[in-house]
Write a protein that binds this ligand. Structure first.
Ligand code: MN
Length: 378
């Protein structure tokens, strides 16, 4: 299902009746989620050993949703472990309970044991088994049901026994809140859980600047704030903690590595392994860099290309109707949301950039129209 939050918020453009029909679609999807909800609830028996997993390069939403779900399970008498494929960014290190997260890349043998012991596996914030990258090694060990809770489009339905899949929701953290609420356990959400869920919603909406066109998201946030969390403190912990290296890397990206292709309403930044080494790259240091390229007037698609050991990682953002999810699905291995997606290229950096630039002429009209609409919209 394709619902764009910006269409819902753009009442003046789409009209109230369109908003009402969008709401109906969401309601229908919520009912679908409730069906799966009952089946999932039936499996949550006290004493059950649950494994909670996330996508590779776990972000604020993946980590926030997992920590909150684990805390909730523990209140139900369900033992759970969180397993992430690789390190989470350091700006999440303060989060309540994060010291218990197992990182596959750092402790593969423990990860394999947890996978083998689990009686139920939750997959949070991803909807395809390959999204865990190298952690795919655990899937053959798992014979118990896989339960997906996620908000990305085009779920790999055959891979999961049960799903709560809602693309119209801001974040997986909001879905975890919904899950707890539907269970009638809202009062079990304590301050620490509320902090985790808030981080997920705030980071997945770019601090409430996109994917937040539905009032429901703000009702959830209002309830989280009523649990005693301090949004200003959380914002400082998540965003105001750049290392000097990270800040200088950002400056370098913008002054030396940014290419702006006005004729295609596109901008990109590319970073080689040498660039990363020069600025003592740490996980999370390039987080948000691509958004600066997108914030240029007249730019509707922005890409950050980062050279890894055996591939080039792409992080894409767009404005309005242009779908970077479709773009990467068609041309580079990856996916995500309409306006935020990730992809991979197994060509060299030079070849990747050539391939990317060669694709742009066929999207020129779409990008131009999207840009005109975005402007119209303001
Ligand atoms: Mn998410």
């Amino acid at each position: 299902m394709k619902i764009c939050p910006e269409a819902a918020s753009g009442v003046s453009r789409v009209g109230m009746s369109a908003v009402a029909s969008l709401k109906k679609i969401i309601f229908a999807e919520k009912k679908l989620a409730i069906n799966h909800f009952h089946q999932i609830k039936a499996l949550l028996v006290p004493g059950t050993r649950v494994l909670i997993t996330t996508h590779a390069n776990p972000d604020g939403d993946a980590v926030g949703a997992s920590l909150a779900l684990k805390a909730y399970f523990s209140k139900l008498g369900i033992i759970s472990d969180i397993l992430v494929p690789n390190d989470y960014p350091s700006f999440l290190a303060w989060m309540p309970g994060i010291d218990q997260v197992v990182v596959f890349k750092r402790n593969e043998s423990l990860a394999m044991k947890l996978a083998g012991d689990a009686k139920l596996v939750f997959c949070l914030d991803f909807n395809g088994l390959s999204r865990v990258e190298k952690m795919q090694k655990i899937w053959p060990l798992i014979t118990v049901p896989l339960v997906m809770i996620d908000h990305h489009p085009q779920p790999e339905e055959a891979s999961f026994a049960l799903m709560i899949s809602e693309t119209a929701t801001s974040s997986t953290s909001e879905l975890v809140y919904n899950f707890i609420e539907m269970s009638g356990d809202k009062e079990l959400i304590d301050k620490s859980m509320a902090e985790c869920l808030f981080v997920g919603i705030a980071t997945d909406t770019g601090s409430f600047s996109y994917s937040c066109g539905y009032p429901e998201t703000f009702h959830v946030v209002a309830d989280l704030i009523s649990k005693g969390i301090d949004p200003e403190r959380i914002h400082r912990l998540v965003y105001d903690n750049y290392s000097e290296h990270r800040m200088r890397l950002l400056g370098y990206c913008l002054s030396e590595k940014l290419t702006v292709l006005h004729q295609f309403n596109t901008a990109y930044i590319y970073l080689s392994k040498e660039d990363l080494k020069r600025f003592h790259f740490q996980v999370g240091d390039t987080e948000g860099v691509v958004n600066y390229a997108l914030s240029i007037d007249g730019i509707c698609m922005a890409v950050l290309f980062t050279e890894k050991d055996n591939h080039v990682r792409m992080s894409l953002r767009s404005k309005g109707q242009f779908s970077v999810n479709e773009f990467v699905r068609n041309h580079f291995e990856g996916g995500g949301h309409k306006n935020a997606a990730g992809g991979n290229s197994y060509l060299s950096m030079d070849e990747t950039l050539r391939k990317f630039e060669a694709l742009l002429p066929q999207y020129q009209e779409l990008l131009k129209n999207c840009c005109v609409l975005c402007k119209d919209y303001q």
